[in-house]
Design a protein around this ligand. Sequence first.
Ligand code: Z5A
Length: 206
Amino acid sequence: MIFITFEGPEGSGKTTQIQLLERYLKSRNIDVVKTREPGGSILAEKIRELLLDPENKKMAPSAELLLYLASRAQHVQDKIMPALKNGKAVICDRFSDSTMAYQGYARGISKDLIKNLDTFATCGLKPDLTLYIDIDVGLGLRRARKRSGSKDRLELEKASFHNKVRKGYLALAKKEPRRIKVICGERTIEEISEQILFYTRKILKK
Ligand code: Z5A
């Protein structure tokens, strides 16, 4: 029915906003499937463990990319496609734009290569709406750390890496302004939610 993704740097508030959007859609009697990447299905969650484990700090960038895409391919096949075919709304915490921002803009892997491999992994599936929550990298990391004491493998990257991720997202939003909406994540939870609902209502009317 409708495929909505959330994107943003670490600690930008995606999880918080996804819960509010889910509640709103359910209040409109829309069947919702809430999911996340990496992960979202049994096999994909196993790949998530490998990807986020701080023990795997020597993971090659190419292996990292292929694992994110393997997780996505399985997730799309097992959960996202079936839900959309059954007329449900799917809300996903991170999707293809994360790969472009983290592995492309920040890690420096060819964006054309990522685009081609990602199209293969998703069978060409693209979100109808992407809500990118933009936040100062330091503020996001402080929020994430306050919430959970330990750091995962990606959180251990330097601030310069996370700043490249943020710049990457803003560049992607500039390229696809109709799909990717930039939302300032430095306001209150209620203000951010209001803007997300505004864009969601617009897409539901189409
Ligand atoms: N990754 C990748 O490299 N390539 C890919 O293709 C994919 C992913 C798909 C997955 O991390 C990592 O994988 C991620 C990118 C990479 N790594 N990094 N860095 P994850 O799934 O474990 O975590 P995350 O996606 O980065 O999100 P998060 O840390 O869980 O944060 P969040 O969901 O965006 O934020 P939150 O939990 O809603 O909020 C954080 C805290 O702030 C919490 O205590 C809230 O109560 C608080 N909060 C939320 N909103 C506000 C406002 N507005 N004001 C004040 N406080 C707030």
